[in-house]
Design a protein around this ligand. Structure first.
Ligand code: FES
Ligand code: FES
Length: 164
């Protein structure tokens, strides 16, 4: 039995120590917003925050995480989808199939925490998550919008909805 702090709650989980954190989150805890893509730390679909850093949970073993580590999944990013990144994603209508998007949002939120006003280059360097639908231009636009909102200068007015 291990204890994990996920989205502010301490959870008891039972799995082999080498079980990927992704599967513990999805199958033991039942939080299925975090997705499986490649399983080899390449695509970013499984991104979560651990102690404020974005991490690829498919490549972290259960035994690598302590009960004191703070894990945040897409379900715990904000109450009521109120994080600026989530608001910007909705305003710009970023997702296509949606599969990669929880990982993209987690990566964007981590980027903005470290770099509140990222340049295009900052975004391209930090956001290496793969989107098979090619939503990259909308992702970039939404990160800029979220940065503006966080600084109090942005807006999520419906008129700003657009397809890139
Ligand atoms: S599933 Fe973890 S990086 Fe692709
Ligand atoms: S929206 Fe389909 S993979 Fe990114």
């Amino acid at each position: 039995m291990s204890k994990l702090n996920i989205n502010g709650k301490l959870r008891d989980v039972e799995a082999e120590p080498d079980t990927p954190l992704l599967w513990v989150i999805r199958e033991q805890v039942g939080l299925t917003g975090t997705k499986f893509g490649c399983g080899i730390a390449q695509c970013g679909a499984c991104s979560v925050h651990i102690n404020g850093e974005v991490q690829r949970s498919c490549s972290i073993r259960l035994s690598d995480v302590k009960a004191t580590d703070k894990i945040v999944t897409i379900e715990g990013l904000s109450p009521k989808v109120s994080h600026p990144v989530q608001k910007a994603w909705l305003a710009i209508d970023v997702p296509q199939c949606g599969y990669c998007q929880s990982g993209q949002i987690m990566a964007a939120a981590a980027l903005l925490k470290k770099t509140p006003k990222p340049t295009d280059r900052d975004i391209d360097e930090a956001m290496t998550n793969i989107c098979r639908c090619g939503t990259y231009p909308r992702i970039r636009a939404a990160v800029h919008m979220a940065a503006g909102m966080a600084a109090g200068s942005g807006s999520v007015a419906p008129t700003q909805r657009k397809r890139a």
